[in-house]
Design a protein around this ligand. Structure first.
Ligand SMILES: C[S@@+](CC[C@H](N)C(=O)[O-])C[C@H]1O[C@@H](n2cnc3c(N)ncnc32)[C@H](O)[C@@H]1O
Length: 295
């Protein structure tokens, strides 16, 4: 197995682990979960899908915070790298009128992303490709924004991905990143975390190394902020909700049974969330948000 095939195989095995164990598809499992929540899986709102299509710390609030750092205009072409099930792609299409292409290496996520865009009526402004971020089947200079949330930490050769972004981005285009990076504490991660059950799918780089690689690729930084504290608060609050232990944080009754990330990740999700809190709390990982430009 060559490196790229091995990488794709490991990530599909991680993000779609339940399909093999249960012999079903992620799409069908999520459709069943919507039906159990008395939602028509072919007629959904962005509120309905938010529990399963924002696979990053901070949910839609974090996506909106990142979007406010950028500049968008209707019709702008955006590439959502490591788009997962496509939540940010739909949010940007809905709120800014942009045209989004999502690319992800996990085939089951692309299948779900296509279905959710149809179900939410955003299939004309979003489309999804199953491909490696280091080799995207799009023309040079064909997008004006690169958007990437919580995906680089899965990529073993970030510099190859950044070179691909340089190729794909039109001159003057922007790169918007909301990423997990390593902190100053060199202790090994508490595993599993949502992006890795084993060390071989986690490829964290430090904030300084990421900034240096972006500069090396030619991108000019316009803003970079550590948002770890906000992410940690959010994860703690959601952890309490998921365990049902904080009535003040409880999801309002009509939303209580909508599918959440445990339908994707399985029962492991609770422990992944707790480990993430531990890793964020003692500076093994940090969260950054920033904007770069292709000069
Ligand atoms: C934690 S999920 C985040 C998904 C999405 N960005 C979000 O925030 O909802 C990380 C995603 O990156 C994707 N990914 C990791 N490495 C990739 C690669 N080399 N090429 C394309 N996608 C990749 C994974 O398949 C996964 O969907």
């Amino acid at each position: 197995m060559n490196d790229q095939v091995g990488h794709a195989h490991r990530l599909n095995a991680h993000y779609d682990a339940l399909a093999e164990a249960r012999g079903d598809s992620l799409r069908q499992r999520l459709r069943d979960a919507f039906q159990q929540a008395r939602c028509d899986p072919d007629q959904l709102t962005l509120d309905d899908s938010a529990g399963i299509d924002q696979l990053h710390l901070g949910g839609r609030r974090a996506s909106r915070s990142l979007a406010r750092r950028g500049a968008f205009r209707a019709g702008m072409r955006v590439l959502d790298v490591g788009c997962g099930t496509g939540g940010a792609s739909r949010l940007l299409a809905d709120e800014y009128g942009v045209e989004v292409i999502g690319v992800d290496i996990t085939a089951a996520f692309i299948e779900v992303a296509n279905w959710l865009s149809q179900a939410t009526g955003l299939e004309h402004s979003t489309r999804f490709l199953c491909a490696d971020a280091a080799k995207v089947p799009l023309a040079d200079g064909s997008v004006e924004t690169i958007w990437c949330q919580h995906a680089l930490m899965n990529m073993p050769k970030v510099s190859d991905v950044l070179a691909e972004w340089w190729r794909l981005l039109a001159p003057g285009g922007q790169v918007l990143l909301h990423e997990v990076v390593s902190g100053d504490n060199p202790a090994p991660l508490e595993l599993p975390v949502p992006w890795a059950r084993r060390a071989d799918t986690s490829h964290l780089v430090s904030r300084a190394d990421l900034a240096a690689m972006l500069a090396e690729a030619g991108f000019v930084v316009e803003g970079l902020e550590d948002v770890t504290a906000t992410a940690l608060d959010w994860r703690r609050k959601h952890g309490r909700r998921e365990l049902g232990g904080d009535p003040r944080a409880a999801t309002p009754a009509p939303l209580a049974s909508l599918p959440g990330p445990s339908i994707i990740f399985g029962d492991d999700f609770a422990i992944m969330g707790q480990n993430l809190v531990a890793n964020l709390s003692d500076d093994r990982v940090r969260i950054i948000e920033g904007v770069w430009r292709k000069g």
